[in-house]
Design a protein around this ligand. Structure first.
Ligand code: ATP
Length: 610
C-alpha cells in the first residue's frame, strides 16, 4: 500500500497506467479467487466465503453502487485478466495463490480487509479499507458454523478402518507404556530390596557355609525371577503390542508358523468341508491316581529321636480301666503294675480256684482235640455223625433209605466169618471198595438193596460176600438128610441172573473163586450149552445158580430145576435186562419161588444193578 501511495505522489500519468495494469491484474485475481471460493462453497457449503456469496451479495451491491465507468474498467480489466490468466498459466497461478491466501485469511477473520479503488474526478487513489462484518453477517456466519458442526460426519470404510487402527495403536502404546512404567517401578523396588537384603546380610556377617548356600540360592532364585519376568515381558509384548500387526500379518509369519498353519487348515476343513478329526481319547494310565499302601519301614518319619518319647509312659488306670481305641489284650500285657497288684492280693483259695478252672479248660481243650481227630484214627464207637458224613464224602458214597447201617471202614469191622475173611484175604482184597463198604453191611442184615456203581467197581463181591455169609450160616445137612433125595433136590439157596452169557460166566468165575474154598457149589444155567448137561449138574445139587433169564425159565418149565428153598435173588445189570426184554421171563421165574420160605427167615430177594 505504501508503494502504491508513493507512486501516486510521483508521476500521475505513469501512475495511472501502472495502477490500471495493477487494477486489472488485481481484479482478475479477485475474480479468479472468487471463482475458486465459489467452487469451494458449492462443494462444502459450510464456510461462507468473503469472495463468494459476499461477492454475489454485499460486494455486488457495493459494486453496483459504484460508477459505471469504474464498473466498465473493472469488467474490462477482469476480462483481460481472465484472458491473460489463461494464456500465462504459471504466473497467474502464483498470483492466484497469493490472492487466495489473502482471501482465505479474510474469510476467517471477523474483519474483512478489502482494497478498493476509487476514481474521483479523474484522479486515481488507492485506499485500503478494512470493513468490519455486519452483525447480521456475523450471526449468520456463526449459525452456519454451528449447523455445520451439528451435522453428522459420514466417513468411508477406509477412513473408519484407519481410525480404528489408529485408536487401537494408541491403546496398545498406552498399555505398553503403562506396563513398562510398572515394570520399571517393580524392578527398581526389587533391586532396592535385594540390595538392602544383601547389605543386611553382609552387615550381619556371613561366616557360615549355610549362609553362603542360602545366599547362593537366593541369587539363583533372583536370576530365575528375572528370567521369568523377561519371558513374561516378551510374551506380553508379543501378545498385546503386536496385536494390530498380527491381525494384518499372515499366520505363516509367526514364530510357531507350522503348528498354526496346520491348525488353521484343520479349522478351515472342519468349517467348510465338514471334516471332523477324530480326537484321540486320552487313555487314563493305570495306577495314575492309585494310592500305594505298601511302605517301607525306612519311610516312617514318626520315629522319635528324643529318648524321652522313646520310652513312653504307661498310663496307670485305676480299677479295670483301659484306654479306648487300643487292643485290650495288649494293654493287659503291658499293664504289669495292675497284674502284679492282683497277684499280690490273691489268697490261697483264689489260687486253687484259678488252678481248677485252668485244669477244666485244659481238659475241655483235650477232649475237643480228641473229638476232632480224623475218622481213620477213631474206633467205630467213637465215630459220630459228623465223622460218618466226612467218611461218606471221602468215598463218594450216597445212601438213601431208612435206618441204613453205617458203612464199613475195613474188612474187620464187617463182622464177616473168619473162613470167609480168609478167603477174601487169600483172593487179595485188602480193603473194600466204596460199593462194598456201603452194600455189605446192608446185605448182612438181609435187607433188599439196589446198588448203583460204575463197571469194575467190585459190585460182584458186594452182593456175593453177604450171600456166602448167609449160606455158610445155614445149618449143614445131616448125613441122613443127604441120603434123602428130597433134601438134595430142593434146589439152590440163591439164583443170580445176568442179561448176557458172558456176564453170567464172569460172575460164575468170581463165585467159584469165593465159594469153592467154602464148599459152596455153583452151577451156570446159560444159553448155548447143553440143557441136559446143565440139568445133570443141577441134579447133582448146588447152592448157587447163575443163569440168564431165558434158559433159566426153560430149565424151570422143563422141571430140570426147582426153587423150593431159594430165597435169595440177584439181578445183575437189571436195567440192561429189562432193556433186552427179559422182564416177563424174570416175572415168571419169580413165580417159581416159594412164598412160604420168606416168612421163617428174614430173607428177601436181593437185586443188583449197575
Ligand atoms: N475189594 C477189592 N479189592 C481188590 N480187587 C477187587 C475188590 N473187589 C473186586 N475186585 C476186583 O475188581 C475186578 C472187578 O470186579 P467186578 O467184576 O466185581 O466189578 P463189577 O462192578 O461187578 O463189574 P461189572 O459191572 O462188569 O459186573 C475183579 O477183577 C475183582 O477181582
Amino acid at each position: 500500500m505504501e508503494g502504491e501511495v508513493g507512486v501516486e505522489k510521483g508521476s500521475r500519468r505513469s501512475a495511472d497506467r501502472t495502477d490500471r495494469g495493477r487494477r486489472e491484474r488485481r481484479g482478475s485475481a479477485e475474480r479468479s479467487s472468487s471463482r475458486r471460493d465459489g467452487d469451494r462453497d458449492r462443494r462444502h457449503d459450510d464456510v461462507p466465503s468473503s469472495s463468494g456469496n459476499k461477492d454475489r451479495g454485499g460486494a455486488e451491491k457495493r459494486r453496483r453502487s459504484r460508477s459505471p465507468l469504474e464498473r466498465g474498467d473493472k469488467d474490462r480489466g477482469g476480462k483481460r485478466s481472465r484472458d491473460e490468466g489463461r494464456s500465462s498459466g504459471g504466473k497467474d497461478d502464483r498470483k492466484k495463490k497469493s490472492d487466495g491466501k489473502s482471501a482465505g485469511s479474510s474469510s476467517n477473520g471477523a474483519v474483512k480487509p478489502e482494497e478498493e479503488e476509487e476514481l474521483v474526478g479523474g484522479k486515481a487513489a488507492v485506499v485500503a479499507k478494512v470493513e468490519p462484518l455486519s452483525l447480521e453477517e456475523i450471526l449468520a456466519k456463526k449459525k452456519t458454523e454451528e449447523e455445520q458442526q451439528a451435522k453428522p460426519k459420514f466417513l468411508t470404510k477406509e477412513e473408519r478402518a484407519a481410525e480404528a487402527i489408529r485408536r487401537r495403536q494408541e491403546e496398545v502404546d498406552a498399555a505398553r507404556a503403562r506396563m513398562q512404567e510398572q515394570q520399571q517401578v517393580r524392578d527398581k523396588f526389587e533391586h532396592e530390596a535385594s540390595k538392602s537384603h544383601r547389605e543386611d546380610r553382609r552387615g550381619r556377617g556371613r561366616s557360615s557355609s549355610r549362609d553362603r548356600d542360602r545366599d547362593r540360592r537366593e541369587r539363583e532364585r533372583e536370576r530365575e525371577r528375572d528370567r521369568q519376568r523377561r519371558r513374561d515381558r516378551d510374551r506380553d509384548h508379543s501378545s498385546s503390542g503386536s496385536e494390530v500387526e498380527r491381525e494384518r500379518e499372515p499366520i505363516r509369519h509367526r514364530g510357531d508358523g507350522d503348528v498354526d498353519k496346520t491348525k488353521e487348515e484343520q479349522a478351515i476343513k472342519e468349517r467348510y468341508l465338514g471334516v471332523t478329526q477324530r480326537r484321540r481319547r486320552r487313555q487314563r494310565r493305570l495306577n495314575e491316581r492309585k494310592f500305594v499302601f505298601d511302605w517301607d519301614a525306612g519311610e516312617d518319619t514318626s520315629v522319635d529321636y528324643n529318648p524321652l518319647y522313646k520310652a513312653k509312659h504307661q498310663a496307670q488306670m485305676y480299677g479295670r480301666g483301659h484306654i479306648g481305641g487300643i487292643d485290650i489284650k495288649s494293654q493287659k500285657k503291658n499293664a504289669r503294675f495292675y497284674t502284679e497288684l492282683i497277684e499280690k492280693r490273691r489268697n490261697d483259695a483264689e489260687v486253687e480256684q484259678e488252678e481248677s478252672h485252668q485244669e477244666k479248660i485244659r481238659q475241655k481243650e483235650a477232649k475237643q482235640r480228641h473229638d476232632d481227630r480224623h475218622w481213620s484214627e477213631k474206633l467205630p464207637d467213637e465215630m459220630n455223625e459228623r465223622d460218618w458224613r466226612i467218611f461218606r464224602e471221602d468215598y463218594n458214597i450216597v445212601i438213601k433209605g431208612g435206618r441204613v447201617p453205617n458203612p464199613i471202614r475195613n474188612w474187620e469191622e464187617a463182622n464177616i466169618p473168619s473162613e470167609i475173611m480168609e478167603v477174601i484175604k487169600k483172593v487179595g482184597y485188602t480193603s473194600p471198595t466204596p460199593i462194598q463198604r456201603a452194600a455189605i453191611p446192608i446185605g448182612l442184615q438181609n435187607r433188599d438193596i439196589i446198588g448203583v456203581a460204575e463197571t469194575g467197581s467190585g459190585k460182584t463181591a458186594a452182593f456175593l460176600i453177604p450171600l456166602l455169609v448167609w449160606i455158610t450160616s445155614l445149618p449143614k445137612p445131616r448125613p441122613e438128610d443127604k441120603m434123602d433125595d428130597d433134601a438134595e433136590h430142593q434146589g439152590p439157596y440163591a439164583i443170580i441172573m445176568a442179561p448176557t452169557r458172558e456176564l453170567a460166566q464172569q460172575i460164575e468165575e468170581e463165585t467159584v473163586k469165593f465159594g469153592a474154598p467154602l464148599g459152596i457149589r455153583t452151577v451156570a444155567v446159560i444159553g448155548g450149552l447143553s440143557r441136559e448137561d446143565q440139568g445133570f449138574k443141577l441134579r447133582l445139587g448146588c447152592e448157587i445158580v447163575i443163569a440168564t433169564p431165558g434158559r433159566l425159565l426153560d430149565v424151570l418149565e422143563n422141571s430140570y430145576l426147582v426153587l423150593s428153598q431159594c430165597t435169595y435173588v440177584v439181578l445183575d445189570e437189571a436195567d440192561r435186562m429189562i432193556d433186552m426184554g427179559f422182564e416177563g421171563d424174570v416175572q415168571k421165574i419169580l413165580e417159581f419161588m416159594p412164598v412160604t420160605t420168606s416168612s421163617p427167615t428174614p430173607k428177601k430177594p436181593r437185586t443188583k444193578s449197575s
